[in-house]
Design a protein around this ligand. Structure first.
Ligand code: UGA
Length: 428
């Protein structure tokens, strides 16, 4: 099938390359000429394991890129994978997405063929209505032939290609039978090879499924962090508790790793957006509010634990891990940000280390020191805060001997407690 993917960010590029891998003929459309050139050269414009290979395999064959909307009508489906920036109050700004929908509508104004426009970006029901008016306002004559659907993504950074090609579920939010059939045809090669659940519903419900999925997972982590803080007060290991409760199928063993909390570009943004959208309708969701509040407090609890052992004013303190999770250089909403801010407020000299995320964090905190290795950060430090669960931190051992005050506060349960150091786990 001929498919357009508008927007070549993290979601759009993964989608375009994976759809090409399923055998479709894909045209990626992006306003950024460098991104288009990279794709046509067979290079992925973003870093994601496995993506470079897919782009290299299909570029020039059944994956092409362009800045123009001219060829939009030649395809049967157009996916919109455009960024939705957050406003100050947490709500999403759907203007860039609506602008892309309008240009798609203009391109489809005279089409004689049925064409399905599918929103991939995560958007609230009011934003969906904004996109609907922009699209259909631009192609009034084609109404009836152009359809609008939603199809949320459940990709994790670091395993996006794998998650796309072997999904647990595919959610199709459509309004007409032909639209459902067409989206099913898009995913047919994948569904034939995998035992994924297909959820067929309307466009707004499909998007609420996506928000609920992320809100539930983030709240699950906040709940285990809440319980973990209680465990710590009683000297109980929250991981032993989590392992046991995870055996109950109704709870499940995943997303029970307690610690310094959730970050990244998805959980914080999506939960803020759904809270803001609900508040706009007059409902303030108390459990989601609490999940965010608890998440904001975990870094402060880590700093309090450090304060119990060292006065860090004027002293060098190591922050191990700057990425929001291991396996990525993404520092958006990383828990390391409030940790660095809290240490700076205390007058500490912060020294940060991360195997891949240093340059991204340097943009936000240009004035702190960064080292090329964990041992170099620990050298002479009066305390270390472990914020990301990179595997390499599990092997640290005599490197702690070089610390001026060997106090280690672990926010991810990755460091091995050992003789000669004061070790504090956040929830154990
Ligand atoms: C998340 C969801 O897992 C994906 O299903 C979703 O598609 C994606 O958001 C999105 O909306 O695009 P991602 O942000 O890549 O994916 O990261 P996760 O692996 O879910 O981790 C999120 C945060 O939770 C990280 O900071 C991680 O350290 C933290 N976490 C995760 C915990 O603190 N404890 C856990 O047990 C699990």
């Amino acid at each position: 099938m001929r498919i357009n993917v508008i927007g070549s960010g993290y979601v759009g590029t993964t989608l375009a390359a994976c759809l090409a891998d399923l055998g479709h003929d894909v045209l990626a459309i992006d306003i950024d000429e460098d991104v288009v050139a990279a794709l046509n050269d067979g290079r992925a414009p973003i870093h994601e394991p496995g993506l470079d290979d897919l782009v290299a395999d299909h570029a020039g064959a059944n994956l092409h890129a362009t800045t123009s909307y001219d060829r939009v009508p030649e395809a049967a489906v157009t996916f919109l994978a455009i960024q939705t920036p957050s406003r100050e109050d947490g709500s999403i700004d759907a203007a860039p997405l609506a602008a892309a929908a309008e240009m798609t509508g203009e391109a489809l104004a005279d089409t004689d063929e049925d064409h399905l426009v599918v929103v991939k970006s995560t958007i609230t029901p009011p934003a969906l209505e904004e996109v609907r008016s922009a699209l259909f306002g631009a192609c009034e004559n084609a109404e009836g032939r152009v359809g609008l659907a939603t199809n949320p993504e459940f990709l994790r950074e670091g395993t996006a290609v794998e998650d796309f090609l072997a999904p647990e579920k595919v959610v199709l939010g459509t309004e007409e039978a032909w639209a459902t059939e067409r989206l099913e045809a898009v995913y047919e090669p994948l569904l034939a090879a995998h035992d994924a659940h297909v959820v067929r519903t309307d466009p707004a419900t499909a998007m609420l499924i996506k928000y609920a999925n992320n809100a539930f997972l983030a709240t699950k982590i906040s709940l285990i962090n809440d319980i973990g803080n209680v465990c710590k007060e009683f000297g109980v290991d929250a991981y032993e508790v989590a392992d046991a409760i995870g055996l109950d199928d109704r709870i499940g063993e995943q997303f029970l790793r307690s610690g310094v909390g959730w970050g990244g570009s998805c959980f914080p943004k999506d939960i803020a957006a759904i809270i803001a959208a609900a508040e706009n309708e007059g409902y303030s969701p108390p459990v989601l509010d609490a999940a965010v509040e608890l998440n904001d407090r975990q870094p402060e609890r880590m700093l309090d634990l450090l304060d119990d052992h060292v006065d860090v004013t004027g002293k060098r303190v190591a922050v191990l891990g700057l990425a929001f999770k291991p396996g990525t250089d993404d520092t958006r909403n990383s828990r390391a940000i409030p940790i660095i801010e809290g240490l700076t407020e205390r007058g500490a000299e912060v020294v940060g280390y991360d195997p891949v995320a240093t340059e991204n964090m340097r943009e936000r905190f240009p004035d702190i020191e960064y080292t090329d290795s964990a041992p170099a950060a620990l050298d002479g430090a009066h305390g270390a805060l472990v914020v990301t669960d990179w595997d390499e931190f599990a092997t640290l051992d005599e490197e702690f001997d070089a610390m001026a005050d060997p106090v280690v506060i672990d926010g991810r349960r990755i460091v091995d407690p050992q003789e000669g150091i004061v070790y504090e786990g956040l929830t154990w």
